[in-house]
Design a binder for this molecule. Structure first.
Ligand code: GRF
Length: 197
């Protein structure tokens, strides 16, 4: 059984979807939910699900990015994970952290990568006049939002959409996509998965 640590910064809706999927004959189970933000809403959800939680507060390491990442690694590795799933984790990580988990770390990004790496993805898709938006699950490499794409889910951009209405259409697709990609990845299957909303 593979052990999966999930990294969050906020509400953790993707974490909940992942944790709820890891049951029965699923080859992985959640072993930790870690937040860089004390009191993040996802921590209470994880505790309610009986999942161990931890906090590594980046504000304790102002300007010391390596010190923060060393603390992250120490905290995460105390739970012996085989896999790391970043799910709404909003800190940019250096090669020190990424290389430590090379080949076993995933992230979900709310755009159809390689378009719109970084922030404000939905507004940028609307401003560009795109007809579709969506989310991508990718392996994490030192290139921000740039690793091999393992799955994507698409939704239409509708007339009158703003960033909030589009985000609300994408988020449920994140909750469908990420669990199926994680399960395949945990089984050693990297066949690309595409969903259409
Ligand atoms: C989601 O849009 C996710 O794609 C992004 O953070 C948002 C909130 O995620 N990374 P969650 O509800 O904290 O899982």
């Amino acid at each position: 059984m593979k052990r999966c640590a999930i990294l969050i910064s906020g509400g953790g809706s993707n974490m909940v979807a992942l944790a709820e999927s890891m049951t029965g004959d699923h080859p992985a189970r959640p072993c930790l939910v870690l937040s860089n933000v004390p009191g993040a809403g996802g921590l209470a959800k994880a505790e309610a699900m009986g999942i161990p939680t931890a906090v590594a507060d980046h504000r304790d390491y102002k300007g010391d990015r390596e010190g923060f990442e060393a603390k992250l690694i120490e905290t995460i590795d105390a739970h012996n994970p085989d896999l790391i799933a970043m799910a709404g984790f909003m800190r940019i990580l250096t090669p020190l952290f990424i290389n430590h988990y090379a080949g076993r770390m995933l992230n979900i990004h709310p755009s159809l990568l390689p378009k719109y790496k970084g922030l404000n993805t939905h507004q940028r898709a609307i401003d560009a006049g795109d007809s579709q938006a969506g989310c991508s699950v990718h392996e994490v490499t030192s290139e921000l939002d740039g690793g091999p794409i393992l799955g994507q889910a698409r939704v239409p951009i509708l007339p009158g959409d703003d960033a909030d209405t589009l985000a609300a259409r994408v988020l449920p697709m994140e909750h469908r996509l990420y669990p199926v990609v994680l399960r395949a990845f945990a089984s050693g299957d990297k066949t690309r998965i595409d969903l259409d909303g």
